[in-house]
Design a protein around this ligand. Structure first.
Ligand code: ADP
Length: 223
């Protein structure tokens, strides 16, 4: 799903401008890595795209429609802060309850997803008992179950050890194969090679936006 940001401006209340007249077209069905220094606006960009923050002016359009018509998948730095239920199973079913699905349908969908993500044997466990990598998998599973169009990931590997990262990369690759659009904020240069495009943000401006091969060849020095 293509994302178009049109003449977007945003500042936090009482704060300085984060974006001023930003125009940007993000291709769908790819992984776009969003990188850049701290405070450059990466998280704010994700929140504007998700509709969590309202722009002061300008708009975000997804294949011609506004964010209110879309479901987003979210993956954050620290998944355990996101979990609100006592079991893995309830955690995955939660969003479906909110979307008003029948309990029979929820039970079937939850089982399917847990099996697909290799978490079925952990369905009765507390999310806190999972490893970091499994928690991020649960986080993704909890979104995939309601079939979002776009995944927004904000430094999802920050708290993962090496095996956790490996698990996470495999899961993200499988999402891409399935045609999801993924926006992935990362500050880790070694992760960029997993993306299709790299977008470099500096003080709210896009200073580089190219396919990843070209970025790794030409743009690497600028980060
Ligand atoms: P990044 O994700 O690249 O580190 P952010 O999007 O978090 O950058 O922040 C962009 C700018 O907005 C920074 O100057 C930051 O200090 C400011 N900022 C972020 N969140 C808030 C907030 N809730 N209130 C006021 N200013 C904020």
């Amino acid at each position: 799903m293509k994302i178009v940001l049109e003449d977007l401006s945003f500042s936090y209340r009482g704060g300085k401008k984060v974006f001023e007249h930003l125009d940007l077209v993000l291709p769908g069905r790819h992984i776009v890595a969003i990188t850049g220094p701290n405070g450059s606006g990466k998280t704010t960009l994700l929140k504007l795209i998700a509709g969590i923050l309202e722009p002061d002016s300008g708009k975000v359009i997804f294949d011609g429609v506004g964010s209110e018509f879309l479901r987003f998948g979210f993956v954050f730095q620290n998944p355990s802060e996101q979990f609100v239920h006592f079991t893995v199973e309830r955690e995955v079913g939660f969003a479906l309850e909110n979307f008003g699905y029948d309990s029979d349908v929820i039970a079937i969908k939850v089982s399917e997803i847990l099996k697909e993500f290799g978490l079925y044997s952990k369905r009765g466990s507390s999310p806190d008992e999972l490893s970091g990598g499994e928690q991020q998998k649960l986080s993704i599973a909890s979104s995939v179950v309601y079939e979002p169009k776009i995944f927004l990931m904000d430094e999802p590997t920050s708290y993962l050890d090496e095996p956790g990262k490996k698990l996470f990369f495999e899961t993200v690759s499988s999402l891409r194969r399935r045609g999801y659009s993924i926006l992935w904020v990362t500050q880790d240069p070694s992760e960029l090679k997993l993306s299709d495009y790299v977008l470099l943000l500096e003080e709210g401006r896009v200073t580089f936006f190219e396919n990843t091969k070209r970025f790794l060849k030409d743009g690497y020095d600028s980060i």
